[in-house]
Design a protein around this ligand. Structure first.
Ligand code: FMN
Length: 302
């Protein structure tokens, strides 16, 4: 772990012991930090064929071969009642999960209201059913990303201690994606326009302004060992700047003297002023010009 000299501040960590914090508060505290969470808009049906639609943000993917996701319909802390979604999936073993987009979010919220068992929230919230391919429940046609799922099993969580949680493990039988959400052969998050749930009443809108790309290191991060102390302790470079350098897997080949002089002249670097060198490095790193940043660091360190 690298450190940043600017971070040497006193940090006060508040402590919340799950065994003593009231459940209502604990729920929001937990969900504020376990965030943002994707929202599964779950369509299920009971044994009489009544369709149900409800959102669940206790939701994620846990395996891709075969694909397995899970949702967590709790026994309601407010009313003690069991969610229709849970009852239906236990009865008929199937569901579809439709991703929730920004244009769907207000209607999704309506579908989360506690309607009597047997109510079709598609009608209440104004969504359109589309037939799934592998399961006998429809999906939300307004959604660009859909999973067709079969129940593997449900895990009841700590009922003996008054626990109200469930983990419904679901095997994904089929995935459908709206072709308009693609750029060439890849799903494009800028086109999916998803929303995510955080704590309290907060949501997040995932769009071009909130997205960035970051490739996971495939090998050893060679930059880490090559970083001089003056960079690690910079008061101008941010922690992210420093760790972009640290994460460099292959350092660029050194430039010839002539190439280096040309680069430094083009960047107008004043090597006698550490602050201005670090400012140039910050600008280069913000512009994804990591190789040029390394050439400068080498020159400073030479
Ligand atoms: C965005 C959002 C996420 C939700 N996530 C969950 C969840 O993960 N687990 C849960 O039990 N209830 C969750 N709820 C509440 C349920 O959607 C709500 O209780 C709903 O009435 C359940 O419907 P059902 O009884 O038809 O299954 C969430 C509500 C919203 C608006």
């Amino acid at each position: 772990m690298l450190y940043h000299i600017n971070n040497q501040q006193t940090t006060v960590m508040l402590n919340f012991d799950p065994s003593s914090v009231p459940h209502r508060d604990l729920h929001q505290i937990l969900l504020s930090g376990v965030a943002p969470r994707p929202i599964a808009f779950v369509t299920s049906k009971d044994r009489n064929g009544n369709i149900n639609l409800a959102p669940f943000s206790f939701f994620n993917a846990y395996a891709s071969k075969p694909p397995v996701v899970a949702i967590g319909p709790a026994i309601s802390a407010a009313t003690g009642t069991t969610k229709d979604t849970y009852l239906n999936i236990m009865e008929t073993q199937e569901c579809t999960i439709s991703a929730v987009t920004y244009p769907m979010v207000q209607r999704m919220n309506i579908a989360s209201a506690v309607y009597p068992h047997g109510t079709d929230e598609y009608d209440k919230a104004g969504f359109t059913k589309a037939p799934a391919m592998m399961v006998g429940v429809p999906y939300v046609s307004e959604s660009p990303f859909v999973l067709e799922c079969r129940l593997i099993r449900n895990i009841e969580l700590f009922r003996e201690d008054g626990g109200n949680g469930n983990i419904m493990l679901l095997r994904v039988l089929n995935i459908m994606v709206n072709e308009n959400a693609m750029t060439e052969d890849k799903i494009d998050p800028r086109k999916l326009d998803l929303v995510a749930r955080l704590g309290y009443k907060w949501y997040s809108h995932i769009n071009a302004d909130s997205l960035f790309e970051l490739g996971q290191p495939r090998g050893i991060c060679a930059g880490f060992d090559a970083l001089p102390e003056s960079i690690k302790r910079s008061t101008i470079l941010s922690a992210n700047d420093i760790h972009i350098l640290a994460a460099t897997e292959t350092l660029p080949q050194p430039l010839s003297d002539e190439e280096a002089q040309l680069l430094f002249a083009a960047l107008n670097i004043d090597f006698t002023n550490t602050g201005s060198v670090h400012t140039v490095l910050h600008t280069l790193l913000a512009g994804n010009r990591t190789d040029e940043a390394w050439h400068i660091i080498r020159a400073v360190n030479a």
